[in-house]
Design a protein around this ligand. Structure first.
Ligand code: KMH
Ligand code: ZN
Length: 275
């Protein structure tokens, strides 16, 4: 079986220090967290950043500062968010792409997100996809609802590929969108083109462990971290993103599957090698 790519969504836009005191917020904290997670077995970091007050921002310089701190410490694959936070404009959300990251997230459709609506209409996703193509940034299609797979495939068909393979992330358990039931993940995985793609899955909140286990059972990859879930077990907070990584590494290893290093993950994803 191919090695396991563990992506850490370590910061997010919605999680607060009040809820999770170990949340990394400053560029330095994010750099330290990414390095710790890499040591524990993660190969990719899905990056959101915060401003000086701790609020989510898509500011280019704030991303540059966090990326600088990560790169001082580790070779982990950096995947910047284009989702940002609720209510941000498309132009705000696009800013990190100017830095030419290796990868960036791209949600291909509007979804209910708790009491809010995560807005991604056709014009917005087309523009985001075009920008990624122009910059040579590999998208990770973040799928909250089934129809978003069809939207992503339409973009690829209409505008051409962004690289040698398609990479998907099934984000399950956001209140208002698809839940993390195993049957949902099976349905989604069954709906992406069979040849030559890669996929990962994350479960939000209480769906973290069920989704991680189902993804492992199906031979997929795993995303985890404080953006998606702050608990280690019910009612007990994780003491860091690295603790969540370590548990997944141990479970996978006990089943004969080793975690990929960042360079091994680059090979699996057919990204250019790290220099
Ligand atoms: N913060 C959410 C509204 C992404 O990073 O691409 C969206 C999000 C998705 O986190
Ligand atoms: Zn995100």
């Amino acid at each position: 079986m191919e090695k396991l790519i563990i992506t850490v969504a370590g910061v997010g836009a919605e999680t607060t220090r009040e809820v999770q005191p170990a949340l990394p917020v400053t560029p330095e904290e994010i750099g330290v967290d990414a390095a710790r997670c890499r040591e524990a077995g993660a190969s990719m970091y899905h990056l959101h950043v915060r401003d000086e007050s701790g609020s989510p921002t898509q500011n280019r310089e704030a991303f540059a500062a966090a990326i600088g701190e990560i790169r001082e410490r580790t070779d982990i694959i950096i995947q910047t968010s284009t989702g940002g936070a609720m209510g941000m404009t498309a132009d705000e959300r696009l800013q990190p792409l100017e830095l030419g990251p290796e990868m960036a997230s791209l949600t291909t459709g509007t979804a209910n997100f708790g009491d809010d609506v995560f807005f991604n209409d056709t014009a917005l996703m087309t523009e985001f996809y075009r920008r990624m193509q122009a910059k040579g940034v590999r998208p990770e299609f973040e799928i909250f609802e089934h129809g978003q797979i069809d939207n992503a495939l339409r973009l690829v068909k209409k505008l051409g590929p962004t690289g040698p393979l398609l990479h998907w992330d099934f984000v399950l358990g956001v209140p208002g969108s698809m839940s993390g039931e195993p049957r949902n993940l099976v349905f989604l995985v069954d709906s992406i083109p069979r040849e030559g793609g890669t996929w990962t899955c994350t479960g939000i909140g209480r769906w973290h462990v069920p989704c991680m286990l189902t993804a492992l059972a199906l031979g997929g990859n795993v995303r985890l971290g404080f953006e998606d879930n702050v608990f280690f077990t019910k009612g007990r907070l994780a003491d860091g993103n690295g603790q969540l990584v370590s548990r997944t590494v141990e479970i996978a290893r006990s089943c004969g599957r080793e975690a990929a290093t960042p360079d091994e993950a680059r090979q699996i994803l057919r990204l250019p090698p790290y220099d």
